[in-house]
Ligand binder design. Structure first.
Ligand code: SF4
Length: 476
């Protein structure tokens, strides 16, 4: 991924007590804490059954996406490219785009083609929608058949990160596919926009909705496509996932719930265009956020009690919070990642009695700063907040502040080694461990899993030596 001046984090913010809003532009990003826009777009598209992402740009962009996605999800992932070259940059990418769509349609028969632009094609100003309309008409005249739906998303990485890319793509999918509602088809289905989550977390959300007997449409569902079993067949296009028919029906649903504040454009669109009520909730990590999610679902069902399995998991989570308190209480933590993930995690860390000392996101967001302030004013913590920074900024703050634990993706490993602190891996990408697609942190059960893993990371780093001494003593 290329770091461009527009990637430049506009400011670094610390909490009110140590406010340090520099608003200075940085002219180099060292180890960005974010991915580029098409990466988020591709992840959203991979949750649609049979969809094929097509990056209109040079081949390196699609290679970069595939490389990151394959090593994180450990799945064969296909991302096509219009393979722009020197001459097509000069004369425009129309021919390449048309050829790519023709080839994909003929050879792979996707249910949908998602064309995402790149830095290059945005800079030369290709009229992607115009080219596609022209292609659609000429294809119909020639072949007397319609093309599959083709959606376009403008995703230059100099104006945003994968977080915006994901959000824009969900909105673009709904804009082009959702049909006007019919009063006779209105139903009690809940649209869920989960945000860019691990497949295991999407599965957990579906499990919760099943327990509560709520029919749902997940926008989009990566639980199968990015976590596929080995069964001898190799799928070129995502199998499983949200169907086009489901997306078309989203306008008839009772409500849209968005579980990530930075992925709410699709829900806002459905509300504005079709009057589908929309509620944005925090990512249901930890006790309070999950309580809020479950009570929202209960209110939609008009019931006060929750299923016994969830009641039990909530109790187990409470029990585990008490059990692990001795190891976690007062531990200083530095956390970095996507804004919604970090917000959810910070809320849970405070429930564990930990001290979020440095809170960082690579995607600059005013919502992020405001929400962090809301969490910390309840606890009285005074963290350094790095809003739109990079891992270099984070490392400098870690050196100054000193923390017991680092939480984030694999890119933080070097900081952890240099500072001799453990790194708890969560987020994207995780390429130096296996099982990233199975990391489950949502709901009571996922939070319980997260709490156990995180506490064991602390125990392994800070208590194991004492443990060995104890075992040796017992052996003697
Ligand atoms: S879209 Fe832009 S930032 Fe992303 S890989 Fe391509 S050139 Fe690099």
């Amino acid at each position: 991924m290329h770091s461009t001046p527009e990637n430049i984090p506009p400011d670094k913010v610390t909490s009110p007590g140590k406010s340090l809003e520099t608003n200075k532009k940085k002219f180099a990003v060292i180890n960005p804490c974010r991915m580029c826009q098409p990466m988020g777009a591709v992840q959203a598209l991979l949750g649609i059954e049979g969809a094929m992402p097509l990056i209109h740009g040079s081949q390196g962009c699609s290679t970069y996406m595939r490389f990151q996605l394959c090593r994180h999800f450990r799945e064969p992932i296909n991302v096509s490219s219009t393979s722009m070259s020197e001459s097509t940059v000069v004369y425009g990418g129309e021919k390449n785009l048309i050829k790519a769509m023709e080839t994909m349609n003929l050879q792979y028969h996707p249910t949908l083609i998602g064309v995402t632009s790149s830095c290059l094609t945005e800079t030369i100003g290709d009229d992607v929608d115009g080219i596609i309309n022209k292609f659609r008409e000429s294809h119909f005249k020639l072949n007397k058949e319609e093309l599959p739906p083709i959606i376009t998303v403008s995703t230059p990485s100099y104006t945003g990160s994968h977080v915006e890319g994901y959000d824009k793509t969900i909105k673009a999918i709904l804009e082009s596919l959702a049909l006007p509602p019919k009063s006779e088809d209105k139903n009690d289905v809940i649209n869920i926009i989960p945000g860019n989550l691990a497949p295991a977390d999407v599965e957990e959300i579906k499990h919760i909705l099943d327990l509560m007997e709520l029919d749902n449409i997940i926008l989009t569902d990566t639980s199968e496509s990015l976590h596929a079993p080995l069964n001898g067949s190799i799928e070129f296009l995502p199998s499983g996932g949200t169907t086009l028919d489901e997306i078309r029906r989203t306008s008839n649903s009772k409500i849209t719930l968005t579980l990530s504040k930075h992925a709410d454009s699709g829900g806002i669109f459905l509300k504005k265009r079709f009057g589908v009520p929309h509620v944005t909730l925090p990512l249901p990590v930890g006790l309070e956020n999950t309580d809020q999610f479950i009570s929202t679902l209960s209110s939609l069902k008009d019931v006060e009690s929750i299923p016994p399995e969830m009641e039990r998991d909530r109790g187990r989570l409470l029990d585990a919070l008490v059990d692990s308190q001795a190891y976690n209480y007062g531990r200083k933590v530095a956390i970095y990642g996507d804004p919604d993930l970090v917000l959810g995690m910070v809320s849970f860390l405070t429930e564990m009695g930990m001290e979020p000392a440095i809170i960082a996101t690579g995607t600059h967001s005013s919502k992020f700063s405001a929400d962090i302030q809301k969490i910390i004013c309840k606890t009285g913590h005074d963290p350094v907040i790095i809003n739109g920074g990079d891992l270099y900024d984070l490392h400098q703050e870690v050196k100054k502040t000193g923390v017991d634990l680092l939480i984030g993706n694999s890119y933080g490993a070097r900081v952890a080694v240099e500072e001799n602190i453990p790194l708890f891996r969560v987020g994207f990408p995780i390429f130096d461990r296996v099982g990233a697609q199975r990391i489950r942190i949502l709901g009571y059960s996922g939070s319980l899993n997260l709490l156990d893993q995180l506490t064991n990371t602390i125990i392994q780093h800070y208590y194991d030596e004492a443990g060995y001494e104890l075992i040796e003593g017992m052996e003697n």
